[in-house]
Every structure is written in C-alpha cells, then in structure tokens.
Design a binder for this molecule. Structure first.
Ligand SMILES: Cc1cc2nc3c(=O)[nH]c(=O)nc-3n(C[C@H](O)[C@H](O)[C@H](O)COP(=O)(O)OP(=O)(O)OC[C@H]3O[C@@H](n4cnc5c(N)ncnc54)[C@H](O)[C@@H]3O)c2cc1C
Length: 495
C-alpha cells in the first residue's frame, strides 16, 4: 500500500466514526487510487462468479483476452445456483408448437409495464431482443431446457424456459465447463473492496483492490473491469433503509452482510445508483419457520389461501401484488395448495424440500382437501368451499370474478389427490436497483457519462426491472448483459 492510500484509509476511519452515530462501520477509503505496484495483471477482471460474471468472463475470453474471476466465497455460483432456474424468452421454436403468440416486443412491453415504466426502455429492449439468443447460446454450451415453456410465478406470460437440471445447477455446470475450456481462473476467497481509477472522478479504471486472508492485493485490468457481484437483498441494513416496509422479513439469498459493497466501490469512482427502493419479496418461510418450500411456480396449477381457507389473490399477477396480498392477511402468511398431478410435475429438488417440510410440520399432504386442511390448521369448510368454487365455477367458466385471473391460466382443476400444501410467507428476494448502465453494459456517472473501462451486469445493475421484476427476467438479465459486458470489455484496447 502506498503512503497516500494509507493516509486516506486513516481519514476514512475518522469519517466513519463521525458519520456512524450508533453503528459500527467498517473503515472504507474515501477514494480509490493507483497503488505503488500491482500484484497481478490480466486483461479483464470480473468481480463475482455468479451467472452474470461467468457469462461475461466466457465472452471476454472469446475476444482473446486474458481473464480472471474474483470470487469472495470458497465456491462459485452465487445466487444463480440457488435460482429456480426459469428464464424468459420469446421463443420462435417452442411457443408456436404450444400455440402461444409472442415476440420480443411484447416481452419488452410487459416488462416495462410490470415495472411501472421505471425501467429504461433501451435497456429493456436490448434485454428482450437478445433473450432467445441467450437461450441458444446456453444450449450451444451444453445447457438443456425442457421442450415446452410455461407462465411462471410473477412471469405474466407463458415464456419461461425450465432447465432440465434442478434449480440453477444447469447454468453453473455449463458455464463452469466453458470457463475451464477457456482456461479462465476463478480466484476464490478474495473480496473486492475497491475499484482503482486514475482519479476518483476522472480517467480510466485500472483494476481492483481486494482483501484476502493474507492481506490486501491489487489486481490490474489492462482492458476493463466487469462488476457482477449481485444485489443487496442479504444486507439487512441497506434493504430496510430503502424499504422500511420489509423490516423483519428474512431473505432467500446467500448470507452476505456486506452485500452491496461492490456497487458502493463503484460509487466511489463516480458510479450512480438508480432504483434502490425497488426491492422484491417472494414466497418463502414465514417468520419463525425454517423452510422455503415452493409449490407456486406454475401459476395455472396452484392457489394461495389464508388460514380461513379463502383464496387471496390472482395467482398469475405481479409479484408485488402477491406480496401485498400475503402480507395483508392477519397472519402475514398464506399457504399454497396443489394437487398430485402438479406435485408430480415438479423436480426432485422440490420433492425433497416438501418431504423435509412434512417432517417438521411446514408442508402437508393428505388424500382429501378436508384432511389436508385439518393438517394445515386451516378451516376445512373454508378450504373445501374455495376448491369447489375454483374448480366448478372459475375453471369451468374460464372466468375469475373474484380476482380476475387470466382465462389463459384457468384450465387446471385442483382435483387429483393426494393434495399438497406448504406455507407461503414472504422473503426478500431481489433488488431491482443498482448501478446505472447503458445498453453496452458500461457503468455511467451521475451525468450519464461513461466511466471508461468499467462494465457491470446482472443484479448489481439498476434501471431495467423498474419497481417490480418479472419472474424469469433476472437470469435473462445476467445472460444477456453478462455477454454484452464481457464482449465489450474483451474488445477494449489494452492500456
Ligand atoms: C432462491 C432464488 C431463486 C431464484 N429464482 C430465479 C428464477 O427462477 N429465475 C430468474 O430469472 N431469477 C431467479 N432468481 C434471481 C436470480 O437468480 C438472481 O438475480 C441472479 O442469479 C443474480 O445473478 P448475479 O450474477 O447478478 O449475482 P450472483 O449469482 O449472486 O453472483 C454474485 C457473485 O458475486 C460474489 N461477490 C459478492 N460480493 C463480492 C465481492 N466483494 N468480491 C468478490 N465477489 C463478490 C458473490 O459471492 C456471488 O458469487 C432467484 C433468486 C433466488 C435467491
């Protein structure tokens, strides 16, 4: 570390003590300066080994760049490997076979509307235009998607592609193999704390400063740095600061009290944050319960009910409306109910979690709806009445006068026992806000100017999903903008 840098660290510690009134803050430098020497040099340095980081690193390597990925954890995959795995795209092969009319324009229109028009139209257009290309790119790397698409929870239209492998495993498997084929090293247990730019507000980005168990390390990027360190759902302070209504909710993300630190490092070199208040919650364990059990993925085949057995919302609506309906019940949680046909259509990961849930009283199965309700502690008369009305009025007439479920999603009765149910509470899931970027995945400052040689992709960025992310658009965001960031970073001229 050079003298100037040490001096700045000292003043930052003093500043943190003053600002931190009542909180213990970690000392952070006020700006990020060139070190006296670099410990290692690459062409492209990618921060974070989740979906966006891996996609970026592969594409940067394809440009002939010497690439490295820096990962804070001992293992790769990030939240991408925890994902349910659905990815949206208007698909010219699968959808026509199912009689579904779609286009990237419709996908973009729905994405913008679902986010209350707070996403940038040009970023959304690029996302949706390149969506099917992301599917075929993954397939070219060995990824297998099922032959049909469906409307997933919060997805608003039947265009979700389901990997054959459970959860995010398919993505991480093929992306890791592609990285290995290209000899891209993944350095683990290395936490990026700062971005180094010529000066904090001018010039090019030159590399990053990291913490390892052996101390600070400076890694130079001759062409560019790509930030792909994910969102900040796991940072309780930040998420509750931006949306106090979610105080007390847990998260389904990987634990990381410092989630958001890389976006803050980008702010210290001029990056600007947008939409930080837009935070998404989705079904998970209610307060005091242990397990996130997901039976609601297929919106046409599941219903949410409350403790009185009453249905509470259109299961196919936006995620923010479902959150409000669930948190609006007196208990602040609901239940998902499906029949055996739907249960059987889910993969082994879902089955294992339900079996585990049954053992600890957080999921239930029974041959009849009445017996199921008794086990759940839900009013049996209420649940029987709800299921009867759902099957024999709503599905029969393909019309939902109660909550307006789209007729497209009213074709499946809940009638083939045994029946299955689980708790549906709300957990913090995704942060739509983050670094402002352009369609080339370049990070922008507060005036909209490009910060030279700095790119970002995936959940660390903002300005795409607006107030409410469409289910299945986040993995897409990683794959589309990860590829764009990696390609452009790899094509920068070496300094
Ligand atoms: C349970 C769950 C299910 C989901 N299901 C779906 C779904 O079906 N479809 C969909 O579209 N979206 C889904 N999502 C959302 C989606 O998975 C995420 O938005 C997406 O995977 C984020 O990818 P990313 O590459 O931006 O970040 P991540 O995959 O989280 O990767 C970021 C990486 O950066 C590392 N990192 C963080 N800080 C540092 C640092 N300082 N230095 C170095 N490394 C750092 C992290 O350890 C991590 O490995 C789901 C999310 C969750 C949590």
């Amino acid at each position: 570390m050079n003298m100037n840098r040490r001096h700045l660290l000292g003043s930052a510690a003093a500043g943190a003590a003053l600002i931190g009134a009542g909180r213990t803050a970690e000392a952070r430098p006020l700006c990020s300066m060139l070190p006296a020497r670099w410990d290692e040099t690459y062409d492209v340095v990618v921060v974070g080994c989740g979906g966006a980081g891996m996609a970026a690193a592969i594409k940067a390597a394809d440009q002939g760049a010497k690439v490295v990925i820096l990962e804070r954890l001992a293992f790769p995959g990030g939240n991408t490997q925890l994902a349910q795995g659905q990815m949206n795209a208007a698909d010219p092969v699968r959808q026509p076979r199912q009689g579904i009319k779609d286009s990237w324009e419709l996908h973009a229109k729905q994405t913008l509307a679902a986010g209350d028009f707070r996403g940038r139209p040009d970023r959304v257009e690029t996302l949706c235009k390149n969506a099917y290309g992301a599917v075929t790119w993954l397939e070219s790397l060995g990824m297998k998607f099922r032959d049909d698409v469906f409307q997933m929870f919060g997805g608003l239209y039947p265009r979700a592609h389901q990997p054959v492998e459970p959860k995010g495993k398919g993505y991480t498997q093929v992306l890791l193999k592609a990285l290995k084929d290209r000899n891209v090293p993944i350095l683990r247990n290395i936490r990026v704390t700062d971005i180094i730019r010529d000066t904090p507000t001018s010039g090019d980005v030159r590399g990053v400063c990291c913490q390892t168990k052996d101390g600070e390390r400076y890694i130079r990027a001759r062409r560019a740095v790509v930030l792909a360190a994910g969102g900040f759902s796991a940072n309780q302070h930040l998420r509750e600061l931006h949306d106090p209504r979610i105080a007390g909710l847990g998260t389904d993300n990987l634990p990381n009290k410092l989630a958001g630190e890389v976006m803050m490092a980008a702010v210290r070199v001029g990056g600007y944050l947008v939409g930080m208040d837009f935070i998404q919650s989705t079904p998970g364990a209610p307060a005091g319960k242990k397990m996130k059990i997901i039976l609601n993925t297929k919106v046409a085949e599941s219903i949410y009910v409350d403790k009185r057995g009453n249905r509470i919302v259109d299961e196919g609506t936006r995620r923010d409306r479902i959150r409000d309906a669930v948190l609006g019940t007196p208990e602040r949680y609901a239940y998902t109910v499906v029949d055996n046909e739907t249960y059987e259509s889910y993969n082994s990961a879902v089955h294992s979690s339900v079996e585990e849930g049954i053992k600890i009283g957080e999921a239930w199965t029974a041959p009849t709806i009445r017996e199921l309700a008794v086990k759940m502690g839900v009013d049996p008369d209420g649940l029987e009445k709800t299921i009867d009305r759902y099957n024999n009025v709503l599905v029969k007439n393909r019309k939902d006068p109660d909550f307006g479920k789209d007729p497209r999603n009213l074709y499946k009765r809940i009638e083939k026992g045994p029946f299955w149910a689980c708790y549906t509470g709300m957990t913090v899931h995704h942060t739509m806000g983050g670094l402002d970027c352009n369609t080339k995945a370049q990070v922008l400052d507060w005036q909209g100017c490009v910060i030279p040689r700095l790119y970002a992709a995936g959940e660390i960025t903002g300005g795409i999903h607006g107030t409410n992310r469409v289910g299945g658009n986040a993995l897409l965001d990683c794959m589309v903008y990860g590829q764009i960031a990696g390609t452009n970073a790899g094509q920068e001229k070496a300094a």
